[in-house]
Design a protein around this ligand. Sequence first.
Ligand code: SF4
Ligand code: SF4
Length: 444
Amino acid sequence: MKCLNYDVQTLTDSNGHSVHICRQTGRWVCSEKLSGDETAYLKGGYAPLTLSRFTPTPHQIILNVTSRCNLDCIYCYANEKNVQDITEKVFSDTINFIGKISAGRDCSILLTGGEPMLLWDRILTWINKYRKVLPVNLGYSMQSNGTLINETNAAELRKERVNVGISLDSSPNFHNSYRSGSYELALRAINILRQHKIGAGARITVSAESVNTTPDTIRYYISQGIRHFTIGFIDPLGRARNKRELLPSSQQRLKLQNEMFQICVDEYQNKNRIEILSVSQMIVNLLTNLRPSCCPNSPCGAGVSLLGVNTNGDVYPCDYLFEPSMKLGNVADITTVLTSIDKSKELQKLQYSHQNECNLCAVNSICTGGCRVSRYAYDKENLSFPNCGYMPTLVADYAWKITNDMNTRRYAASIATGDVKSPSFGLSPVKGTLTIEKEEKCLT
Ligand code: SF4
Ligand code: SF4
């Protein structure tokens, strides 16, 4: 028997409009006063969103190929103490590992670092050498600072069908001050990649200082032909741990997420199809029953659909947190990793269902808890998680605009129906759905 205690809560958007949402079903309506029909709608369609937690079928590996970097970014979360490159043995063990755990699904490897292009010649040889090892399709992508991209390696990347995400910070000034003066090289890389018809998106890391200039920066990059954006906020990790002044506030995040939504809508009206992943994620979660489980989509796939592998082959729930307590094993020993995925208390702590606040939150079926590592980092520093300070208002803002503005609705529909597609830097969203454990507890 299903739980009958449906919990309908009222959110208020930035302009004071009311949006009512059911915590269990994820259904919502924009209405000043709820009618009986609307209440029935909110509580109807109860279909538990299901994706087994801790089911060991990861099929996406974030592979850290080197901890070396040719830049010195001020907020880098990489560990600079143990400078190490991946060996061929670890690379081939990783290929075998992903083949065994992926349960026949197509797999992807995102090459990161440090700067992965420092090792490109070796990686290229290995990609070719181990191409035929797996019985499933294996796609590669890369996150790079772009400084080492040239015509020759761009042609090789194209031949190997490696999508590349280039890290670009907000305005040129911020980029140069945060990322060792590399702005021109990063932009040049995007142009070279585009000329070689390589799916190239921009990953923009936003700080409290750069957040206000980010919308103009995105518009500028759009004018330069970039269509796919991933926006990340600086977290209190790595070198940014002691730079709290760089952490964007909830209000700054709310404002930026709304402005980015408007940019997407405006561009869509001009027949220019832009995708900003956090915007798309919110739309998909608001308008569909899908919760693509992969980073940077929601819910967080750490330890579920995705694993991080360090240069020495050690496996973690996500590359964003190579911390000893999070280690699940090594790619050379698949049994230990699978056992750890099932039993790791640290991994379970990262998971959505163990966040009490989320279980009680009105917007949990839309927000899905945000980035686990980000939350972990904020908790560890005794800081409140910024998502919680703005997500209910943001959900109401998006819901109200989708309902009341025709242009917004058209763009949202195009995203929800997959009209605008993201390369996701090779990480294909999975049409999975989410188990909300509180719902299981409701079953009697
Ligand atoms: S992260 Fe915060 S806003 Fe999101 S579901 Fe959890 S409690 Fe709610
Ligand atoms: S912890 Fe964060 S970075 Fe890692 S998979 Fe989850 S959402 Fe992505």
